[in-house]
Write a protein that binds this ligand. Sequence first.
Ligand SMILES: NC(=O)c1ccc[n+]([C@@H]2O[C@H](COP(=O)([O-])OP(=O)(O)OC[C@H]3O[C@@H](n4cnc5c(N)ncnc54)[C@H](OP(=O)(O)O)[C@@H]3O)[C@@H](O)[C@H]2O)c1
Length: 283
Amino acid sequence: MTQTIAITGATGQLGRLVVEQLKTRVPAGHIVALVRTPSKAADLGVAAREADYSRPETLPAALAGVDTLLLISSSEVGQRASQHRAVIDAAKAAGVGRIVYTSLLRADTSTLSLAAEHVQTEAMLRESGIAHTLLRNSWYIENHTVSAKGAVSAGAFIGSAGNGLISGATRADYAAAAVAVLTGTGHDGQTYELAGDVAYTLADLAAEISRQSGRDIPYKDLPPADYAAALASFGLPGWLAGALAEWDFEITKGVLHEDGRALSRLIGRPTTPLATAVAQALG
Ligand SMILES: NC(=O)c1ccc[n+]([C@@H]2O[C@H](COP(=O)([O-])OP(=O)(O)OC[C@H]3O[C@@H](n4cnc5c(N)ncnc54)[C@H](OP(=O)(O)O)[C@@H]3O)[C@@H](O)[C@H]2O)c1
């Protein structure tokens, strides 16, 4: 019997890719999109239920009858531990059998400030007694390629990651891994450190942007304070500019380098190359 699979954050960028790929593997009638704003889910092609992490009263009805839940970590940094606690508590009360959670690469030892809420959520899952799988995702390549067009206009790609190696992968590849785990067996109790097969530096990324754009776009490494100031001058809120610069600088310490290849093993193919992600960003 096909089980009912629910996905939180289903109107987000990763969630949409999961739903799209899951529909090719499971009848749409067995997929439930859990979303903060149901009107944004009309195009998903599956049933949508309201599930707001910050409004726990929405969660019991949202999780009723769900066998397997993909808990996509909230984007509201700083509120995530309490939000995830609400979802896990509601899942337990609703009798959800299995939770798959999108965590952060080596969350338990990572020096990224983002790690703390993931560590807390992983502990909540252990304490819940619910069977679960941890998908510890490295960086999305798109975190950096989103700036590719701007770099071509500006004549340089700026950052604070030095020569740090980034084992990034596309959102679509992480979505494929989530679908493999949601539809497969033998994943309970597993922790997967998910990352791209081929690590790159921001200088490698700039070289690829140069190759594809036909313009010389060097990588210019900046002290984090200068990079944050540049991001703020582009209109980013100060806290976000500071956080992005801090996370970039952490890359110099190797926090996003991983060569275990668990992602390509899960999805049964090599991860999407950097060149493809750059082509998508410039296209
Ligand atoms: N590994 C990485 O490099 C990386 C980078 C960025 C983010 N992340 C993490 O991965 C997650 C998914 O990434 P993404 O690119 O899909 O992010 P995204 O496009 O920003 O999507 C975040 C999703 O979280 C939902 N959400 C936020 N607050 C919520 C709440 N109170 N109740 C219910 N849903 C809520 C959003 O709902 P709406 O659609 O209603 O806005 C959205 O669907 C992020 O939330 C973040 O935790 C990882």
